[in-house]
Design a protein around this ligand. Structure first.
Ligand code: TRP
Length: 449
């Protein structure tokens, strides 16, 4: 165990930690995943459920990870061993496995965003967006862009917590916020924007009776908030005891929801102004990469500029998220085997790059990996985290969360932990039940088709 509290890297500023955590949360999940889930889950009905899940599950679980990480002062495997005993270290291995798998396919999608941004500069978007997406989403080009994106991610993680992760977040996140807001303002000027807003913001309440939508909203909350695999835990392990953790968790969760919500205010008007809603329903994985480019193409020169900004934002969000995924695996290798940061980041990055060749060669494989790691493993990980922090080591976590909190936030800690103890486990267990069923069905159709 090379790293102890004394020698451990640390974030330089409080804002640096919050922006890094927000950078982990805000990513492809906010724009790519949120919009297609909302369009499938009854628009605002999904958004409503999603807000409930963020409040009921997201904030308490993020706080649990923050508490465990800052208490443990090690990457997930080490922190869980230190706090929960050797049996809980196994959960840390599950986290690492989830991180490996998520980053492998996440990087492929990030590669698409970079490709689209470059294409916007070079020659604009393709008129036959569906065929174009089919041609570039998998195959040699997809592999090449995936490798390029992984190299960028590895370079930042090699730079360290302060010099790499914190610095990148301090530059990239404000840039992302500005562009997203600018694009949402621009979207108000579109003809037909009203119809898009209506579909997005008028709830189809029938969908509230559909358990699949509930499950999707909960799983989306874990994915979007980077919960259930120790990413937030790892970042919090680089903190000293002066950070106000309950306040930070609330700020990060609302920032993440804010970006997802505003992204919807861009995506829906763009798609409805050109009546492209069919393209979103037709393909989940590719929805954004087909409907939006065709819209941008139809808008001529302005569309090219706006589209460029949109895909740059996606790529930036993806990069700050990918950093956190790689950091979980890298930090685990550093703490467990005593590798240097440089060696650990390059070795784990190379393994992930190799694994990512599979989803880069088939969007079906990509979708299946998203179901297994991006949903099932996260939900299972979140359930275990809630039990560990809420029951097994509750008093330690509670003391940790109160340390550094202002009086107001310190008073909220027992309340939030109450939700974590009593509300989160049964809800997450129910979600897990449905996720297992859905994953089995996804397996069956993957191997049948
Ligand atoms: N939250 C990111 C997004 O919305 C993805 C992500 C980064 C993630 N780190 C994670 C998801 C850890 C789950 C766990 O795009």
């Amino acid at each position: 165990m090379a790293a102890t509290s004394g020698s451990r890297e640390a974030f330089g500023t409080r804002a640096g930690f919050i922006l890094a955590a927000a950078g982990s949360a805000v990513g492809l999940g906010n724009m790519w995943r949120f919009s297609y889930q909302a369009s499938e889950g009854g628009g605002a009905a999904f958004v409503l459920l999603y807000v409930c899940m963020t409040l009921l599950l997201g904030i308490p679980l993020m706080l649990a990870e923050f508490g465990l990480g800052r208490r443990g002062q090690l990457a997930p495997i080490g922190s869980l061993r230190r706090l929960g005993g050797p049996a809980w270290a196994r959960l840390g291995y599950v986290f690492v496995a989830a991180g490996l798998m998520i980053l492998a396919y996440y990087s492929v999608i990030a590669g698409w965003t970079i490709r689209y941004a470059i294409e916007a500069v070079l020659h604009g978007f393709s008129a036959s967006a569906g065929e174009h997406f089919g041609a570039v989403a998998s195959g040699g080009d997809a592999v090449a862009f995936h490798i390029g994106f992984m190299v960028l991610t590895i370079l930042i993680v090699v730079g360290g917590v302060k010099g790499g992760i914190e610095r990148a977040s301090l530059i990239l996140m404000p840039m992302l916020f500005l562009i997203v807001i600018g694009l949402a303002v621009w979207a108000t000027t579109l003809d037909g924007a009203g119809e898009g807003y209506a579909v997005y913001l008028k709830p189809d309440l029938n969908e509230l009776k559909n358990p699949t939508v509930w499950r999707a909203a909960a799983a989306q909350a874990f994915f979007s908030l980077s919960l259930g695999m120790g990413a937030m835990l790892t970042f919090a392990s680089y903190l000293r005891r002066d950070q106000n953790l309950p306040e930070s968790a609330t700020v990060v969760a609302f920032t993440d929801f804010g970006v997802a919500f505003v992204a919807g205010l861009i995506v829906f008007p763009v798609i409805y102004s050109l009546s492209l809603q069919g393209a979103v329903g037709a393909s989940t994985v590719g929805a954004l990469f087909i409907a939006l480019p065709s819209a941008f193409e139809a808008m001529g020169g302005a569309g090219r500029v706006v589209g460029l900004l949109f895909f740059v934002t996606l790529a930036v969000g993806a990069l700050t998220s990918a950093i956190s995924l790689l950091e979980v695996v890298t930090a685990s290798m550093m703490d467990e085997i005593g590798l240097s940061r440089r060696k650990a980041a390059i070795a784990t990055g190379a393994v992930i790059t190799a694994l990512g060749i599979l989803p880069a060669l088939s969007t079906e494989t990509l979708g299946l990996m998203d179901k297994i790691a991006g949903e099932l493993l996260l939900v299972a990980g979140a359930l275990a985290t809630a039990i560990l922090a809420g029951w097994r080591v509750r008093s330690e976590v509670e003391a940790e969360l109160i340390a550094g909190a202002s009086p107001f936030w310190a008073r909220q800690v027992p309340r939030i932990l109450g939700v974590l103890r009593f509300a989160a486990p049964p809800i997450v267990a129910t979600v897990l039940f449905f996720s297992v069923r859905e994953t089995i069905a996804a397996f069956a159709s993957y191997f049948a088709g």
